[in-house]
Design a protein around this ligand. Structure first.
Ligand code: S3P
Length: 166
């Protein structure tokens, strides 16, 4: 089995769905942000604050390179990781790219109390989320092999839906 890469906006449900997919399939799960935090020894917000976003994006690219060399992984990807062409190409070569979608209202409800998402720091409102989602939408849809809605759907149903289609 190739890897399964879950992509989509912050709060689309990538981590929860990855956990359910891993439980249902027996494939190991990797959470990119968590792995980057472990390896850097600091939270994402601190990486952004100390070294800047480009440095964080380089760490993501490094990690995608590593993961693309493996198989049978369910990967919960950082929301911005497919914006770099190199990353998306490596994911495509080594697995299925599954886009999780949700409305800006749902996303807001899921992330509103999060303090570890520097991209939304100071911009924690529906209008900002809607605008950034719109900017990224075409990119997400272009790289995805499969699109799965998450609004109002239980995580285990979403996971079963994905497993039936990959
Ligand atoms: C980001 C999404 C975050 C994290 C970083 C940047 C983005 O991951 O990688 O804060 O640019 O969309 P999640 O999608 O897991 O929240």
């Amino acid at each position: 089995m190739k890897n399964i890469y879950l992509i989509g906006f912050m709060g689309a449900g990538k981590t929860s769905v990855a956990r359910a997919l891993s439980a249902a399939s027996g494939m190991d799960m990797i959470e990119m942000d968590q792995r980057i935090e472990q390896e850097a020894g600091m939270p994402i917000t601190e990486i952004f604050a100390k070294y800047g976003e480009e440095y964080f994006r380089d760490l993501e690219t490094e990690l995608v390179r590593t993961l693309a060399g493996e198989s049978e992984l369910v990967v919960s990807c950082g929301g911005g990781s497919v914006l770099r062409e190199e990353n998306a190409a490596r994911m495509k070569e080594s697995g299925h790219i599954v886009l999780l979608t949700a409305s800006p209202e749902t996303i807001f409800e899921r992330v509103r109390y999060s303090t570890n998402r520097p991209v939304l720091n100071g911009n924690m409102n529906i209008d900002y989320i809607r605008g950034l989602m719109e900017k990224r939408r075409e990119r997400y849809e272009t790289v995805a092999d499969l699109m799965v809605p998450t609004d109002g759907r239980p995580v285990r149903i979403i996971a079963a839906d994905i497993l039936a289609q990959v």
